[in-house]
Design a protein around this ligand. Structure first.
Ligand code: NG1
Ligand code: ZN
Length: 539
């Protein structure tokens, strides 16, 4: 074995013994990376450091990101995921290596897995390796960072600790670092660079428009609160006022507790203790600020949710209108999952005449499908999403010769949107600015936005089963093929309800299956969800 390989093998053994793997624990790199109790993650994060290093070396020293967060999950959880050089999710084929590294039973096994990857992918261990990382506000974060650093040290990897960041900020930084010397650098590779880029774009998009009347943001007591506060400073209070609530990052147990995007979306109600004024706009972020949902109450205090589907519809209609005014010919499409409300899909295809693609759950699927359009809007119903502009779209817009001030203004707005909207990943702060910008353009409040279509009442239920891996689906998760015989029963149930729809799939992040149901009325949606859930209990 070459000298470098020998040195790394012995360093990995040495450091790994400080980060022992908990016995009897099986780890899987799923749609959200590794995610479980923070206290069980020490060895996993150390080993992710080894893999991040190899990934960088494999890609000629391009910078790889590592984010330590458990997003919307409870405070005691934590998680870790890798970010590829263009700010995208880790390439799928490497997820298997991540799982193998995490489960290696002994130090020898770990070294063996490490060199298996080195050999099968012909990785040059003497090449440069660079990794950057960040974490959310969880109490277990700093110790996990130490484990990560040990993984990076043992493999002679250069690293930069960006400390506390939102997940999308780290994605932004990774892409910015790797495009620094390219003809089109993405941005300055720093937190300030992120704020500057978004703030400048927001000012261009909203130029000469009146300021939004009011917006209150529930930060779920997570990292999004302080970061949003900082972003608003760059935008200036003459352009945007935001009231931030649930913004206590010092009390660990408050994170995502009775608040935040996931709570509001799944419970379909206000964060606890929030008393909104009728018809004013409110929003909730999740714990790492990559999801956002909006809402308002009417004069009867009825709660109205404006979720990811509503954001996608608003964005698609705005972009479609700008393209129509400018005369630029680019195709716009929307990507959703089976969780998208049926009314939103009908509105998009029948009213807006925008094509809709449906993919399996998990943003990497949506992201890739969105890249097939000139301008691809993708959102999960839970509020995770973004709008991607292809290089063809940008070139076409940049080279377009406008023939009127109206055309010029529409093209400039479209180009600024591309800077305003995070091009790497769904970003709650960027999406917040996008929604505000569209509303001020249209002179709309939340109620006008909500008028586009009425959601079908729906219910999402989590069902614990013996083995969720026994649940296999096809047709973008809308059809259950295993256990055999269950789908026909679901079909029969669905037929009994007006506008009924229901599907079942295994969660990729929790040990459970999820049942989704929608129907013409609240009672029917609840009943359908209940019946399908009961069907699964015996399995
Ligand atoms: P799972 O647990 O696979 O349903 C959940 C969300 C996904 C995605 C991931 C990653 C729902 C129904 N599912 O996945 O959309 O956001 O978490 O965080 O919202
Ligand atoms: Zn999140």
């Amino acid at each position: 074995m070459a000298e470098i390989a020998q040195l790394q093998a012995s360093e990995i053994r040495k450091y790994s013994s400080i980060h022992p793997r908990p016995a009897d624990q099986k780890f899987t790199y799923g749609t959200a990376g590794f995610r479980l109790l923070g206290s069980l993650l020490d060895s996993v994060v150390f080993r992710v450091g080894l893999l991040a290093s190899l990934r960088s070396r494999k890609l000629d020293g391009q910078t790889i990101g590592v984010m330590i967060t458990a997003s919307h999950n409870p405070p005691d959880d934590n998680g870790v995921k890798l970010i590829d050089p263009q700010g995208e999710m880790l390439e799928a084929s490497w997820e298997t290596y991540a799982t193998k590294f995490a489960n290696a039973a002994s130090e020898d096994d770990l070294v063996k897995e490490y060199f298996n990857v080195v050999e099968s992918l012909r990785i040059n261990l003497s090449g440069p390796a660079r990794v950057v990382f960040g974490r959310d506000t969880r109490a277990s974060g700093p110790a996990l960072v130490s484990a990560l650093k040990d993984g990076l040290r043992s493999t002679d990897t250069k690293f930069t600790d960006y400390r506390i960041l939102t997940t999308p900020q780290l994605h932004y930084i990774v892409k910015s670092i790797n495009t620094q010397n390219s003809p089109v650098p993405y941005g300055k590779p720093s937190e300030e660079g992120y704020y500057e880029k978004l703030a400048n774009a927001f000012k261009v998009v909203t130029k000469s428009k009146p300021k939004l009347a009011s917006i209150t943001v529930d930060a779920a007591n997570g990292v999004g609160g302080p970061k949003l506060k900082e972003l608003v400073k760059y935008i200036g209070s003459e352009n945007l006022d935001v009231v931030i609530v649930k913004n206590d990052v010092t009390a660990a147990e408050k994170l995502n507790n009775q608040a935040g995007a996931d709570f509001v979306k799944t419970q379909q109600k206000l964060p606890t203790g929030l008393h909104p004024k009728p018809y004013e706009l409110y929003a909730s972020l999740d714990g790492d600020a990559d999801r956002i949902v909006f809402y308002y109450i009417d004069e009867t205090e009825k709660f109205h949710l404006l979720d990811g589907d509503k954001i996608a519809s608003l964005a698609a209609s705005f972009i479609r209108d700008l393209l129509a005014v400018s005369g630029v010919e680019l195709d716009v499409g929307v990507v959703q999952t089976a969780y998208a409300n049926g009314s939103s899909s009908t509105y998009l295809t029948d009213i807006l005449k925008v094509p809709v693609t449906v993919t399996p759950t998990g943003v990497k699927h949506l992201h890739h499908a969105a890249q097939l359009y000139d301008i691809g809007v993708y959102f999960e119903a839970n509020g995770h999403g973004t709008v991607l502009f292809s290089s063809n779209a940008v070139k076409t817009l940049e080279s377009f010769e406008a023939h009127s001030p109206g055309q010029q203004s529409a093209v400039s707005t479209l180009l600024a949107l591309q800077d305003l909207i995070n091009q790497t990943v769904g970003d709650a702060l960027s999406d917040l600015l996008l929604v505000v910008a569209i509303l001020v353009h249209k002179a709309w409040g939340p109620q006008e936005w909500d008028l586009a279509y009425t959601d079908l009442p729906n219910r999402l239920v989590r069902v614990v089963v013996k083995d969720r891996h026994a649940f296999k689906t096809e047709n973008a998760e809308r059809k259950l093929v295993e256990p055999v015989g269950v789908q026909p029963i679901i079909d029969d149930l669905v037929k009994k309800y007006k506008n009924g729809r229901s599907f079942v799939r295994a969660s990729g992040t929790e040990d459970a299956v999820r049942v989704y149901a929608e129907a013409a009325t609240r009672l029917e949606a609840d009943e359908l969800a209940l019946k399908v859930s009961e069907l699964l209990k015996g399995l």
